[in-house]
Structures are given as structure tokens and as C-alpha cells.
Design a protein around this ligand. Structure first.
Ligand code: NAI
Ligand code: MG
Length: 357
């Protein structure tokens, strides 16, 4: 019997609602397999916590999370708390503090899901983004000078270290080598305009490409990439991008796979020195929070990624299969997909399918 200790941070809004379904699915997996157990410790770190305590998480927050096998996070964000506070003081704190330098985001259109781009199918929309996750444009280096004067000036610098850039690209090359599609890696760049950071990025990519002769490589400028992902998504297999470019393009990817209700993500520390954190791409969606209609598929897919990371890919595949079975029933799905299902009814249906597999 393997017992995993999971830290659960549901966060705000629909983060709390979808988290319940994610946990439900993990409990079903545990019941079904008989050889996996999860113990969950809940942490209420969120914007609500911030409103009461003036901080997103306690000072020793990272220390308290350090010993877990994984962290599950819903979403944070609440009107009244500036988004840069909730993002920087909780999410980025954990991603950077635990050196989760890989952000893994699958972009895969599941059967029965409508793609907004005509003609696309589950065969054509199937790629994985590796986004650099601890530095780059989101390093937080800069300042605002003479803030209150007419001469006010803001500086925001990007930081690209050779160490992290190389590790992120190596991870992407290894994945391209392993994944069965084209063994192809696309690097997203903008070295025509960003003549230091992206030239450096390209240089490291070229260096590694010569080590991975069995992986096909290409480089695309980020603006062109946004267009190609719509025009010919079938050409992409594994994609590596900086923090900012990956952030933007994976939301475009989320649209291609049927919306944020499907976009799953993992923040990974590949050395396993620190726990990795699994969180859907979407935010707390205040407009629909409290109504029980958020699509829990992204959270449940995220849970599947956690199972994969813990070495239980076959159970991860079962979770994805159960999701696909539920998607085949137009009455079961949530309103973002045109159905009348609720967050809880979708979670329940996925658990029922798991028991039938
Ligand atoms: P959002 O992802 O919360 O919502 C964008 C749109 O997608 C809305 O129309 C929402 O209703 C819809 N949506 C998102 N997830 C859905 C789901 N599971 N099912 C059905 N519909 C879904 O992004 P938005 O509106 O830009 O931000 C809202 C708050 O969330 C902000 O405070 C923002 O800072 C925060 N946020 C937090 C993130 C995180 O915790 N990782 C990521 C993105 C935003
Ligand atoms: Mg984003």
C-alpha cells in the first residue's frame, strides 16, 4: 500500500468548487485500486485569508508544504485583492520557492468537445507545452521610480539564466524524444526584437539540438506561433517557451481544446527535491463562482497529471478515459459546453465511469 500526503490549497471562487471534484476522483481511484491511499491536509490560503491576515499565506508557508508528496491548488483571485498580490505572494512564491521550473500544459482536444476552429479534431489538436516557470519575464526584477511624480518610470527586467534555460530545454527535448507523435520540438522565440534574452535562448536551443539529433527541431517567433496554432495545430508536438510566451500561448491552446474548463497544468520540480504543484490553468472565475456550474474537467485532468508524476500513469489514463466517457453524454456536461450538468454531477459521473472501467 502506497500512501501519499497531499497538501490541498483550494483558494478562492471556483477553485474551491472544482477541488472537491478532484479529491472525489482521487478517492475513487484509491478505492478502486486498493494499493494507493491519499491523505489530504487542507490549507485555506487564499484572497479571503489575505483579507483577514494581510498575507496570502503564513511566513512559514513553504516550510509547512515542504514535506508533502504533492500540492494540489484550485485557483486564487478575488475582486478587491489586486491580482499581482494573489499571484506573486502565493503561486509564484511556491513555484519559485520550490524550484518548480517546469510548467507542463497538455493541449489536447478530447472527443465530443467542440473546437472553435473549424475542421480541427482530436488528431490535429494534440501538443504539450513546456513553459519555463521560475524566471524569464516573470522574475519580478524591476521597480517603479518616482512613482508619484510626472517623471514616474517603470522598469521590468527579464532574467534568463543558462542553468534554468538549459534544464527546461533539456526536459522538452527528452519529452519530444519520448512522446510518440513526431519527435518534434518547437521553440518559441522573438529573437528578432529581443536581442539579448531571446538570442541567448536560441543559442542554448541550437546547442542542445545538436545533442538530440533524433528530435526534429524548429523555431517560431511568438507572434507567428499564435497564428500557426490556429492554422495548423497538427504540426506541433512538444513546444518549449519562456514564462510570458508560454502563459499567453497556452491560453490560446486552452481555447483550441474547448476552453479553460479543460486546461490542466503541472508545476514540476523534476529533481523531486521539493514537492511539485498541480493546478488547472483557469482562475477563480468570480462571475460563475458560487453557482455550482464550473467545469471540473481541468481540475480532474490536473489530478491525472499528479497521478502520472507519482508514477501511476495507468491510473492517470483511467481518469482520462472516464472523462471522455462523460463527455460523450451531452446532458452530463456543464453549461460552458452547452450542457446542464453541475460541477458536482460531472465529478460524480466521472467517478461512476471509473468504477465501470
Ligand atoms: P478565469 O480563468 O477565472 O475566467 C476566464 C473566463 O473563463 C471566465 O469567463 C470564466 O467564467 C471562464 N472559466 C474559467 N474556468 C472555468 C471553468 N472551470 N468552467 C467554466 N468556465 C470557466 O480568469 P479571469 O476572469 O481573468 O480571472 C479571474 C480571477 O482569477 C482573477 O482574480 C485572476 O487573477 C485569477 N486567476 C488566477 C489564476 C490561478 O489561480 N492560477 C489563473 C488565472 C486567473
Ligand atoms: Mg495564464
Amino acid at each position: 500500500m502506497k500512501n501519499y500526503r497531499i497538501a490541498v490549497i483550494p483558494g478562492d471562487g471556483i477553485g474551491i468548487e472544482v477541488m472537491r471534484e478532484g479529491i472525489k476522483v482521487l478517492e475513487s481511484v484509491s478505492q478502486l485500486t486498493g494499493d494507493l491511499q491519499f491523505s489530504f491536509d487542507h490549507y485555506d490560503w487564499s484572497c479571503e485569508y489575505y483579507a483577514k491576515n494581510g498575507v496570502m499565506m503564513p511566513k512559514d508557508g513553504l516550510k509547512r508544504l515542504e514535506a508533502y508528496d504533492a500540492i494540489l491548488l484550485g485557483a486564487v483571485g478575488y475582486p478587491g485583492v489586486p491580482d499581482h498580490i494573489s499571484l506573486r505572494e502565493l503561486l509564484l512564491e511556491i513555484r519559485q520557492g520550490f524550484d518548480q521550473y517546469i510548467n507542463l500544459r497538455p493541449i489536447k482536444l478530447l472527443p465530443h468537445v467542440q473546437c472553435p476552429v473549424i475542421g480541427q479534431t482530436p488528431e490535429t489538436v494534440d501538443m504539450v507545452f513546456i513553459r519555463e516557470n521560475t524566471e524569464g519575464e516573470y522574475a519580478g526584477a524591476g521597480g517603479i521610480f518616482r512613482e508619484t511624480s510626472p517623471e514616474a518610470c517603470a522598469v521590468q527586467s527579464s532574467i534568463f539564466t543558462r542553468r534554468t534555460t538549459e534544464k527546461v530545454m533539456r526536459y522538452a527535448f527528452e519529452l519530444a524524444r519520448k512522446r510518440g507523435k513526431y519527435h518534434k520540438l518547437t521553440s518559441v522565440t522573438k529573437s528578432n526584437a529581443l536581442n539579448y534574452s531571446m538570442v541567448f535562448w536560441d543559442h542554448i536551443f541550437d546547442e542542445l539540438a545538436s545533442e538530440y539529433a533524433d528530435v526534429q527541431t524548429e523555431q517560431c517567433h511568438v507572434d507567428a506561433m499564435a497564428m500557426y496554432m490556429i492554422q495548423r495545430p497538427q504540426d506541433f508536438d512538444v513546444v518549449v517557451a519562456s514564462n510570458l510566451f508560454g502563459d499567453i500561448l497556452t491560453d490560446l491552446g486552452a481555447a483550441l481544446q474547448g476552453g479553460l474548463g479543460f486546461a490542466a497544468g503541472a508545476n514540476i520540480n523534476p529533481e523531486r527535491k521539493y514537492p511539485s504543484m498541480f493546478e488547472p490553468v483557469h482562475g477563480s472565475a468570480p462571475q460563475i463562482a458560487g453557482r455550482g456550474i464550473a467545469n471540473p474537467m481541468a481540475m480532474i485532468w490536473t489530478v491525472k497529471m499528479m497521478l502520472d508524476f507519482l508514477g501511476h500513469e495507468s491510473y492517470g489514463e483511467c481518469v482520462l478515459s472516464a472523462m471522455m466517457k462523460v463527455l460523450a453524454d451531452p446532458n452530463a456536461i456543464t453549461p460552458d459546453l452547452g450542457g446542464k450538468g453541475t460541477t458536482a454531477s460531472v465529478g460524480d459521473a466521472i467517478c461512476r465511469q471509473l468504477h465501470m472501467l
